[in-house]
Design a protein around this ligand. Sequence first.
Ligand code: ZN
Length: 547
Amino acid sequence: VVVDEFRWGGMENTGATTMNGDAVFDAHAAIDHDLDGLIAHELAHQWFGNLVTCNSWEHLWLNEGFATLSEGLWLEHRDGRAAYQGFLWNRLQGVIEEDTDPTAPGMASKRYENPEEIFGKPADPYSKGALVLHAIRAKLGDDLFFEAVAEYLRRHAGNPVETDQFRRVLEDVSGESFDRFFWQWVTRAGVPRLRVETSWTDSDSFDGGTLNLNIEQLQPIDGDSPAFALDLPVYIRETSGASVRTSVRIDTRAAEATFPMRQRPAFVAIDPELAIVADIETVRPGDWALAQAEHGPTVAARARAASQLTETGDNASARLLSNIARDEAEHDAVRIAAVRSLIERGETGMLGAIAMGRVEPASFRAAFAEALADLPDLASDERLGDWLERAARSDRALTVQGAALIALAKTDPARAHPIALYFSETDAHADRLRRAAVEALAKTRGEHTLDTLLALTGSDTHFRTRVAAIEALPKVAPDNTAPVRVLLQDLVGNRLGAVSHAAIDALVELGDREATSTLRQARENARSDHDRWRLDTAIKALENQAN
Ligand SMILES: [Zn+2]
C-alpha cells in the first residue's frame, strides 16, 4: 500500500507493507532505480519481524539483520554471487567507518533511552546484523545455515524471540558453540582492526620457500575489550592457477604463521568471502597487490586490493587501476575502489581520460561523480569539471544529475550555483533534483540561497525536500538568523513528524535559547512518547549550551 508523505521507506505491517509515495515510478526514474531491495527487505520482515518478533528493541537486529541480508540474497538470486558480494562489501565499509567505539552500546544492548536510537546507532542492526548473519552462513555452509534459519522460524513461530534463542538454534543444528562468536560480534561494540602482512622467503635448504603471515589486532585491547578470537581465512593462488584455502587462528594481539610451498604464489588474499566482520588492512609485495586487484577470486578480494593500491609514482599500478575503472564487466564496487585510489594518488589526468570515455552504467556514473567530490584539485584537469557540469545539466539518470551537482558544489561552487538555483525549480521523481539543489546550496551559499531554502520549507514542497531545506538553514544563515528562528519555531508544531523533528534539531544547531519556551510548550501538546523524548533531548541540549 503506497501512502503519500509516509516517513519511512517501508513498514512491514503483517500482510500489507506500507511504502511511501516515492515507490511509484515513471519511466525516467526507472533508468537507474528499482524497488527490488525495498520489496525484498519488507517481504522478509513477514517472517523475520512478524512471524517471529524481537521481544524488545535490544534484539532488533534479529528483525533488521535478516531483512537486510535478504536484500543481498535477492541480488544473489537475480544477478549472481558477485552482486551479493558487492552488496556485503558496501555494507562493510559503513560498519568499518561507524562501529569504532568499543565502549558504545553493542548491536544487542539494553543501553538506550529511546528506541529511535537503536535504528541509527553505530553498531548498526541493519548492516552489521546482515554481515554477522553472512559470517554465520560462511562458517556453517549453506546447507546448515538455511536449515538453522528454517528451524529458528519453526521453533519460534508466533512468538517473541531474543538473541540467545537464535544462538541456541544455531548450536542445536550445528553442534558448535556460538557463545564467544555472539559475544564478540553481537553483544560487544566495535569490530577487529587487523593488519595482515604477507611475504615470501626463498629457502636455502629445499626447492621453494615459505609464505609468512604476520597478523596484528590494531584496535585498543584491554580487560573490557580483549583481543578477538577468530579463524582468518587465507586464499593462496599459485602461478599455475590452482588455489589453496586455509586459515590462521588468532586470539591474541599478534600471531604469525608460515606455510612451506614449492613455488612463490601469484598472490595471497585474506578473507576473500568476507567471512569475518572486520577491517582488514593488507601489506604485501607490489606484484601480489596488482595480481589480486585483477584476478582476485571475489569482488571483496579485488576491491580490497584496488583500494590499497594508493602508493604514488608507480605507473604499472596506476594503469591497472585505470583499466579496472573502465571495465564494464567488473562490479561497481571494485571499479569505484579503483577510482578512489586514483583520486588519492592525485592521478587527475587518468581520471579525466576516464570521464572522456564511455562511463556506463548509470550506477557507476553516479558513484564516479560522487567520488570526484573528494578530489582536492578539480581544476588541474578541466575535463573533470566539464564532465561534472554536463552530467549535472543533462544526464538522463536523475541519480547522476544529483550526484554530479553535489560534487560540483563541493569542488567548484561558483559553477554549481546557477544549476542549483535552476534545480530548485525543477520537478522530478521523488523531488530528487530539488533535494540535490538543497544539498548543493548548503555548499555554494551564493546569491538567493537563503530565500530559496526558506521558500522550500513550505507545505507545497515534497516533505523530504522540506526536511532537507530545514536541516540546511542553520548552515547557511549564521549571521541572519531572525527570519530563520521565527520559521523554525513555527514548524516545531508541524503535523508531519519528520518536519517537526528537523525543525527541533535545527533550533538546537542554531543554539537558539529563546526557543526553549516554544519547545516546552510543544512538549505539553506532544502526541507521543517519541515526540516528548525528542523535545526533552533538545531542551536539555539548549540548556547545556547556555551553561
Ligand atoms: Zn526493516
